[in-house]
Design a protein around this ligand. Structure first.
Ligand SMILES: *[C@@H]1O[C@H](CO)[C@@H](O)[C@H](O)[C@H]1NC(C)=O
Length: 452
């Protein structure tokens, strides 16, 4: 009896006990599932946070890039300064630049050009080639003065202009597109840069009469650029990218090999230091493989080619040249007139919507500008309607362009230059390379005239 009571009692205990255990297990399972679920959702939240942060950073970088490119719209075109070299006696050309830059919205600081008659003979570098004229040295000296100003004032960048320069009315958006290109070539569209043009350059050769490319490095192509003159209107260029690589309406930007003429180029602080070192101060051994003693454009070209300067150039050139109406001798700074010469109309070379040729239209309050030649898609256009497409990187493969084999340019190599021995000679030496750049660099007929 007693045992039955015990059994009954224990059965009475077992039922609630089992219920309790079941309840506890259920609860544990529930909490476990809950905790596990939270962990899982935490994990996935962390992944999406990372993604979001990354996306936000990309947006921020894109924003910073756009903001930095926006600086190109400012009064110095995104450079620290714009310096123009001009003989004080050529007040007409100073007027030209002041008026032109007022129309497109930038401000120029003038630097006096160098009169060959004022040159102290000691200024010449020890290895200057005296077969060149004093005027050519004076021109080189004026450009060195610009480099000196950049270094002395600690300018991060400056645009240097000669006073016969002209530019497209759309120069600001053109330069923004160019900045996209050079920053892509430098690989700095995603990193902060102090200059809107990136910080990995010494020279941007924006205005030239020919520029060639380092073909082993990528190019950047800007298709359907409405500001490229038809091929027949382009000036005769002395250097160019490989044949057929560029469709006629595409502007190419590349790491530059050589170039000719210096109507417009930008120097960085480091670039200006190197130029002064190589072309004036001549520290021994600075550039063993650089032959110096020639005109400024030839020297800058050599410095780009040798890699002493990191140079980028657009092709065709972004800047052109201009001569106002009058005797053809207006184009040079040398005095004297050819009494037989005929008056000539104002002429601009190399640009579709020349600023100089459109001064009249802008001042008369017309809302349109006129193309230099009528055979373009839009002979008359509102400057606000000039747009540029974004471009793309391009790798040159010579096998895609079969043609005559390229003959490499021979550069005479003067081993005495910058050797460690002190050389004291003022003797002229001859160089084997013909000076292409000082001839009439624009041999095409000046087809451009004020259209009205
Ligand atoms: C234009 O932008 C550049 C680059 O940010 C800057 O260095 C320069 O000072 C600006 N120029 C003016 C006039 O604000």
């Amino acid at each position: 009896m007693g045992s039955t009571t015990f059994q009954l009692r224990s059965i009475r205990w077992i039922i609630p006990l089992m219920a309790l255990v079941t309840f506890v297990l259920t609860c544990l399972r529930f909490y476990y599932q809950q905790a596990h679920g939270i962990k899982e959702s935490l994990d996935s939240q962390m992944v999406s946070d990372e993604q979001r942060i990354q996306e936000e950073q990309e947006i921020l970088k894109e924003h910073q890039f756009q903001e930095s490119i926006q600086d190109i719209m400012n009064a110095t075109l995104g450079f620290n300064k714009i310096l123009a070299i001009n003989m004080p006696s050529r007040t007409d050309k100073r007027d030209q630049l002041v008026l032109g830059s007022s129309i497109t919205g930038f401000v120029i600081d003038f630097m006096d050009g160098v009169d060959p008659n004022d040159l102290n003979s000691k200024t010449y570098t020890y290895n200057w080639n005296y077969e060149h004229s004093a005027t050519e040295f004076a021109c080189l000296r004026a450009h060195l003065n610009a480099a000196q100003r950049i270094v002395q004032q600690g300018l991060r960048t400056a645009l240097v202009l000669e006073d016969d320069v002209d530019w497209d009315i759309s120069i600001k958006p053109q330069l923004q597109t160019f900045a996209h290109a050079v920053r892509s070539l430098q690989g700095t569209t995603q990193t902060l840069a102090e200059s809107p043009y990136g910080d990995e350059w010494d020279l941007l050769w924006l205005g030239h009469c020919g520029a060639s490319c380092k073909t082993e490095l990528p190019f950047y192509m800007i298709p359907n650029d409405p500001t490229i003159p038809q091929p027949s209107h382009l000036p005769n260029y002395y250097h160019g990218p490989p044949e057929n690589v560029r469709p006629d309406t595409t502007r190419l930007v590349c790491t530059q090999q050589d170039a000719a003429c210096t109507p417009a180029y930008a120097m960085s602080y480091r670039g200006a230091q190197h130029i002064l070192a190589a072309l004036s101060v001549n520290p021994s051994g600075f550039a063993d493989q650089l032959q110096t003693g020639d005109q400024i454009d030839i020297e800058l070209g050599r410095m780009c080619k040798s890699g002493l300067l990191k140079c980028f150039a657009p092709y065709p050139s972004l800047f052109g040249t201009y001569r106002s109406a009058g005797l053809p001798s207006k184009g040079t700074d040398q005095s004297g007139h050819d009494s037989e010469a005929q008056m000539e109309p104002a002429t601009s070379w190399g640009l579709v919507y020349s600023t100089m040729l459109n001064i009249k239209h802008v001042l008369q309050g017309e809302h349109v500008v006129h193309a230099t030649w009528p055979d373009v898609e839009k002979p008359v256009i509102n400057p606000e309607d000039i747009h540029f497409e974004s471009g793309y990187m391009y790798t040159y493969r010579p096998e895609d362009y079969p043609g005559p084999a390229l003959i490499p340019e021979e550069e005479p190599f003067d081993e005495t230059v910058f050797s460690d021995e002190t050389i004291s000679t003022d003797e002229a030496y001859s160089i084997s390379r013909p000076h292409a750049t000082r001839g009439p660099h624009l041999t095409n007929e000046p087809v451009s005239q004020d259209p009205s």
